[in-house]
Design a protein around this ligand. Structure first.
Ligand code: GLA
Length: 380
């Protein structure tokens, strides 16, 4: 967690005065419900205790000046003349300005510094965090009502239509509305949500494989298309509307690959509901088994895992402190998530990193994540 003092000082150095507002928005890790959001299904992410923080003050004009400390880059733009630029963090800020203005909000300019501690490219949604932190900043300086779910939708629109990435709504909703100590049970069709307490005495450990894959976007879009084809063939608006019995009965209507894609989504939605029931009983063992089943389905049916993810998941499960583990996020590289006994989480993380290094020669990172609150005003 970045203490506000770490961002006040660089703001002061750059702009010669104290910031009037500090906002933050967290990254997320998904416990279960993978590749279900764009099928109108269920997801169960937590917001992590790593975030994007922005310190800022309003400007009297309609300009934005934002300096990203991590990149040592400054972006400047005019709210009356938004133009697409080089891909990068600034496009998320600009995209949010574009989406808010299109929604009819009158925005004021501001200047600020932005700082983050979310590992980038790891699948922990640093981009959704930049979007929600920017939305929170605009809301603060422009006196907009803060409706987190509406802001999440607008941030998703920014990512889909301004940045050009076809993501679902999970990351933005997690960054906007999550609650500390809880997972977010979200219905991605209605956006109804509920905060579900994590099982007692458990910890969530994110294991970063230190592998990244460049083709994530094209593979992601291909999976989306396959899911849309399955839904169309089965005559429903989205795979959310299919249950396991119906899919079995109608299996012959789909080709082999499309059937496996659909089977993942349909079974994953059912697993999210089972996971909620397990959490309500405080049953960490049952929740862990569902994580394991989710991984198997993502690996065999949805085919978005990778050898590195499979390896780190297997190493995690070998540890007696682990209730279950699976890949998390879009896949093909990035992170796995493990549910472990809280008292043994530190030792678990060290053990997995050591064994993974021995097997692969790669240096994994482990993050013990506290479930945190969604986007907020830290200081005004
Ligand atoms: C990425 C997308 C999300 C979701 C996941 C897979 O993180 O941004 O919307 O589709 O992949 O569950």
């Amino acid at each position: 967690m970045i203490p506000p003092s770490h961002i006040r000082t660089p703001f002061q150095a750059r702009f010669g005065a104290a910031p009037t507002v500090i906002v933050r928005a967290p990254g997320r890790v998904n416990l279960i419900g993978e590749h279900t959001d764009y099928n109108d299904g269920f997801v169960l992410p937590i917001a992590i205790d790593r975030a994007i923080t922005i310190a800022l003050r309003p400007r009297p004009d309609r300009r934005l000046i934002v300096h990203a400390l991590d990149y040592d880059q400054t972006a400047e733009f005019d709210l009356d003349r938004l133009e697409k630029g080089e891909p990068g963090w600034a496009e998320y800020v600009k995209g949010v300005a574009w989406a808010l203005q299109r929604e009819g909000f009158g925005l004021s300019g501001w200047e600020g510094v932005l700082l983050g501690d979310i590992p980038r490219g790891a699948g922990l949604s640093s981009s959704a965090a930049v979007e929600l932190a920017s939305a929170r900043a605009f809301a603060a300086v422009s006196s907009l009502p803060w409706d987190p779910a509406r802001m999440a939708r607008l941030a998703q629109k920014a990512e889909n239509e301004w940045v050009g990435v076809r993501c679902g709504i999970m990351d933005q909703m997690a960054s906007a509305v999550a609650r500390a100590g809880h997972a977010l049970f979200l219905d991605c069709r209605s956006l109804a949500y509920e905060h579900i307490p994590l099982p007692p005495e458990t910890a969530i450990v994110v294991l970063d494989t230190a592998t990244r894959r460049g083709l994530v976007d094209s593979a992601y879009n291909e999976r989306r298309r396959q899911c849309e084809t399955a839904a169309r063939t089965l005559g429903v608006p989205a795979l959310r509307d299919v249950d396991e019995a119906t899919l079995t009965r109608r299996a012959a209507a789909l080709d082999e690959v499309t059937l496996r894609r659909a089977r993942h989504v349909v079974s994953e939605n059912a697993r999210v509901l089972q996971a909620i029931a397990a959490m309500r009983r405080g049953d960490a063992a049952a929740l862990g088994s569902l994580l394991n089943l989710s991984h198997a389905s993502l690996q065999a049916d949805f085919e978005v895992s990778s050898p590195a993810l499979d390896q780190i998941v297997a190493l995690a499960r070998r540890d007696p402190a682990c209730f279950g583990a699976r890949m998390t996020g879009a896949g093909f590289g990035g992170c796995a998530v493990a549910l472990v006994e809280a008292a043994r989480a530190g030792r678990f993380a060290r053990q997995v990193i050591r064994a993974y290094r021995r097997q692969t020669g790669l240096e994994a990172q482990a993050y013990l994540c506290a479930a945190s609150d969604g986007a907020s005003l830290v200081a005004a």
